[in-house]
Design a protein around this ligand. Structure first.
Ligand code: FPP
Length: 255
């Protein structure tokens, strides 16, 4: 029987995904309004992206705004959207200069025209980056991404066998609306802010992800904290449903 469709071994570096939680609580603890927490969170993004290559990370997917985050008060949503636009406009050339390729995954049809333009520009300015693939998930829902990928396959009209479907789905997931943004399976999923849930993030890609939960609020998360998560990851035994290979037995001596 065909095993699962996972591409299990990180080919040349890790794919790390981060649920950046705790901006609001960090702000409250410092007597600041919530948007101030998000602004500090954007500074943490910069720090973490810079640290990624030295930690052996080839792809970094950051959960910036979930499809469910539209339920937040319009003022907070507006502040976040402005922050994303400012980040993309302000960081794209620096990201390009350090070899980072940026992609945005998620729906784009509900974003403002100016944010969509900033995304397009940042993606094309950084398209040649080969050091780290930074993927920002904006208006992202993993269930929605899976449903859209399945619909795209159906619309393509090719008859697919059940086994091939999983593979094909893995191929089209993450494509978003921009240039190919897929990054394959997640090796390590980090969530900051003390909660321990997935919140509709990369459900398909995290099938065999190692999980790391940190109580640190995202604005206070440092490169050393990420290094600790990566170091712990390297100490884990990943079996992907198989067994640990036993040491080879010495051949029985003939008597
Ligand atoms: C969750 O914390 C965080 C978000 C919904 C937004 C994430 C955004 C950033 C880190 C800002 C910058 C990002 C980029 C890419 C420039 P929360 O607000 O739910 O915190 P809480 O649980 O403490 O209320």
């Amino acid at each position: 029987m065909r095993p699962s469709t996972l591409i299990t071994r990180p080919p040349n570096g890790l794919h790390v995904a981060i649920i950046m939680d705790g901006n609001g609580r960090w702000a409250a603890a410092h007597g600041l309004p919530r948007p101030a927490g998000h602004r500090r969170g954007a500074e943490t993004v910069r720090t973490i992206v810079e640290a990624a290559p030295s930690l052996g990370i080839r792809a970094l997917t950051l959960y910036a705004f979930s499809a469910d985050n539209w339920q937040r008060p319009p003022r907070e949503v507006g502040a976040l959207m402005r922050l994303f636009r400012m980040y993309l406009r302000g960081e794209a050339s620096r990201l390009a200069s350090i070899g980072v390729r940026l992609s945005v995954i998620g729906r784009r049809d509900r974003l403002s025209a100016s944010l969509r333009a900033a995304i397009d520009e940042a993606e094309s300015m950084t398209a040649q980056g080969r050091t780290v693939h930074l993927r920002l998930a904006i208006d992202y829902s993993s269930r929605d991404a899976i449903a859209r990928a399945a619909t795209a396959l159906h619309d393509a009209g090719e008859p697919v066998t059940r086994a091939a479907l999983g593979e094909a789905l893995g191929e089209v997931l993450g494509d978003g609306e921009g240039p190919c943004a897929r990054a394959g399976d997640v090796d390590l999923l980090v969530r900051t802010g003390g909660e321990r849930r997935l919140s509709d993030f990369l459900l398909w890609e995290c099938a065999y992800a190692e999980l790391w939960f940190s109580d640190i609020m995202w604005p206070a998360f440092t490169a050393a904290d990420l290094a600790a998560a990566v170091s712990d990851f390297h100490g884990r035994e990943r079996r992907f449903g198989g067994l640990v290979p036993l040491p080879t037995q010495p051949a029985a001596r003939a008597v």
